[in-house]
Write a protein that binds this ligand. Structure first.
Ligand code: GCU
Length: 652
């Protein structure tokens, strides 16, 4: 559906509102700006589908009732009785989320009775961290790791003049439950640093466009801002002048953006400044910003992505996977109440397969946000179809202590999004499903990702026949597994081309300062992270995991090479040797990609032509790339190991 001017309607085409728009609706309560948003939504769709927004006292089939002013309450109660569907909420956001729930139900919201049920997000913060630069960066471009064109927020070095698209973005985000956005890159360059001070007006403009959809604006800031912008000689977090500068600067931010969400900080990470330069801890750093934000109700999201990026491959004792846990667990209990430690879901860096970070669950006295990557940096860069719902769901359901799922230990889920100013928002139209799925899993980490995909399919293609839904499931359900099969095997990761990270290069990073990842030699492959003979990383987990990962005999196949260095002849639980597994999965991965392309071609008459063509073109590239991966990985390991393929296939 492309009925919204010059950009795609994604999961909110007008037709998705058909059932709601055909009814007599009443919006009650307030005053509240989000109630006005709800009302405006209904007026718009009623004009299209023949319904009407009636006045209080008139009969209505849909009633949206705002009963209070509690903006922190995002919940709503939905029921249908005596022919009337009612959404009741005590805050404007809840009312808006309730409306979108009714939209998802479609005609189902207006048939029979619905028992009264209250819905509330499991996680209070559902945030996107845009890695957008205001100015185009010479190496990274405008959006760091962006595969969907330029920034939605910034153009020509300033906030976009026409913010209609930003508003539309806020609407899409609200419809999947996202309530916060950081509008600039975590790597804060010179122009972007100034968003905090003399360029705060730009941020206020964006905040104004997102606010009607309940999305709060956050900012990535440089830890060195007092030096860069304030002219101070230091950024020491315990220096009174530095603290006073942050307090005064933050107060001015709130004058410009009264509902500002807070700061995101990447400190002492990949060259960004941080408290280590002053001999201070990361709790000292985070707490200084927390203190500046506290009087205004703001939060600091402090990233735990701290590791040594100047390693030597000959040094086998330094293990990047250990770093976050080693740095942060000694600080448990020291962070302020409005400081949240933001932890990447895996210990490395958004690879196609990683174990869940052992830091998740290891700091019970520290607020936690889990960070995911929706932008497909290491998962095909939105040229490959790779639906990440099942991966994220695995992470969120993982029970770090054997009992409580990770999704319940966090109070925030954060992602690096995949949207840009591309006509289809996400470059690959099917990558829209990733953004939608992220939002819905942040609302309910226990949700079944397949049902979320069903929702996305039904909203995006309303009224389409079951054959389309079947086809989309066939193409997307297993796409993460397919991608894993033709790329780096068994959890080893990082066999990508350095810099841009697209396409295979088995040794691309192996001898670089960023870390060492596979240790392949003529006898075997994998990284020994056991306690007994390796880096000790496996011991960072609580039981039952520490014991399970410690031994190659119990370690799950898919993570074997992450935790162990084994001979090529090592037999997996699957019954195959490691080397045969590598060959087989790489042939299978390409076959699966071929099959997905075939299924997609068969959907041509069910999908609007431009969308179909865009996806079809991306499948060509996916296949080319998958074959390249297969051939490079298989020939590398054939040459290293000297072990032939048991099935005698040609390995290029
Ligand atoms: C990855 C990515 C970088 C990014 C970093 C981060 O390493 O390649 O571009 O800056 O993650 O999360 O900060």
């Amino acid at each position: 559906m492309t009925d919204s001017g010059n950009f795609d309607a994604a999961w909110l085409p007008d037709a998705a509102f058909r059932a709601v728009g055909a009814r007599r609706s009443l919006v009650r309560g307030g005053p509240d700006p989000l109630k006005d948003t709800v009302r405006a939504e209904l007026v718009g769709v009623c004009a299209r589908f023949g319904g009407e927004v009636v006045r209080d006292g008139d009969a209505a089939e849909l009633v949206l009732d705002l009963t209070g002013e509690d903006s922190s309450d995002e919940g709503y109660t939905l029921e249908r009785r005596d022919g009337v569907t009612t959404v009741t909420a005590s805050g404007g956001r809840g009312l808006l989320y309730g409306l979108f729930h009714v939209v998802r139900l479609g005609e189902g919201a207006f048939a029979g009775d619905l028992a009264s049920r209250t819905h509330r997000p499991a996680l209070a913060t559902r945030m996107l961290d845009h890695w957008d630069n205001v100015a185009v960066h010479p190496v990274m471009g405008q959006v760091e790791r962006g595969y969907a064109g330029g920034s939605l927020f910034w153009a020509d070095g300033v906030a976009r003049g026409d913010l209609a698209r930003v508003r539309a973005y806020g609407r899409l985000l609200a419809a999947c439950g996202i309530n916060a956005v950081a509008v600039n890159n975590v790597n804060v360059h010179a122009t972007e640093a100034r968003l905090l001070t003399d360029r705060i007006g730009d941020v206020a403009a964006i905040a104004g466009a997102l606010r009607p959809y309940g999305v709060r604006t956050h900012l990535s800031v440089s830890f060195a801002a007092p030096i860069l912008l304030g002219g101070l000689p230091t950024a020491d977090p315990l220096d009174p002048a530095v603290r006073a500068w942050w307090a005064a600067t933050t107060a001015r931010v709130y004058e410009a953006v009264p509902d500002f969400g807070g700061y995101v900080v990447k400190a002492d990470s990949e060259g960004q400044p941080g408290p280590f330069a002053y001999g201070r801890s990361h709790a000292d750093g985070a707490n200084m910003l927390a203190a500046a934000l506290e009087p205004h109700g703001g939060t600091v999201h402090w990233r735990a992505f701290v590791y040594d990026h100047r390693q030597d491959w000959r040094d086998r004792s330094t293990d990047r996977a250990r770093a976050a846990y080693d740095h942060f667990t000694p600080l448990d209990g020291e962070f302020a109440d409005n400081a949240v430690l933001q932890v990447k879901h895996g210990p490395m860096d958004f690879q196609v397969r990683e174990p869940v970070s052992p830091l998740i669950g290891a700091m019970p006295d520290t607020r936690l946000a889990v960070e995911l990557q929706v932008t497909q940096e290491y998962t095909g860069q939105q040229k490959h179809a790779c639906w990440l719902g099942p991966m994220w769901s695995e992470v969120l359901r993982f029970r770090p202590d054997g009992e409580v799922p990770a999704g319940r230990l966090a109070d925030g889920l954060v992602a690096v999004p995949n949207a840009g100013d591309d006509r289809f928002w996400t470059g690959h139209p099917l990558a829209q499903a990733n953004l939608y799925t992220f939002g819905r899993l942040a609302w309910d980490p226990a949700a079944d990702p397949r049902s979320v995909l069903d929702e996305w399919i039904a909203l995006t293609h309303p009224g389409s026949p079951g054959r389309l839904a079947e086809g989309l499931h066939a193409v997307l359900d297993g796409s993460w597994g397919t991608y894993e099969k033709y790329t780096a095997p068994l959890g080893v990761g990082f066999m990508v081309q350095p810099g841009h990270h697209y396409g295979p290069s088995v040794d691309g990073y192996e001898y670089s300062p960023w870390g060492t990842y596979h240790f392949a030699d003529r006898d075997g492959v994998g990284v020994d992270r056991s306690v007994a003979t390796g880096t000790g990383y496996a011991g960072q987990y609580a039981e039952p995991w520490a014991k399970l990962y410690e031994s190659p005999g119990t370690c799950p196949d898919e993570l074997l090479l992450f935790f162990h260095h084994v001979p090529y002849g090592h037999v997996l639980h699957s019954g195959k040797t490691v080397i045969q597994h590598i060959y087989d999965t790489h042939f299978e991965g390409v076959e699966e990609a071929e099959e997905a392309r075939r299924v997609w071609a068969g959907l041509a008459n069910l999908v609007e032509p431009e969308r179909h063509a865009r996806v079809a073109e991306r499948f060509e590239e996916q296949l080319r790339s998958a074959r390249e991966w297969r051939d490079q990985i298989n020939s590398y390991f054939l040459r290293k190991s000297g072990v032939p393929d048991a099935h005698g296939r040609t390995i290029h």
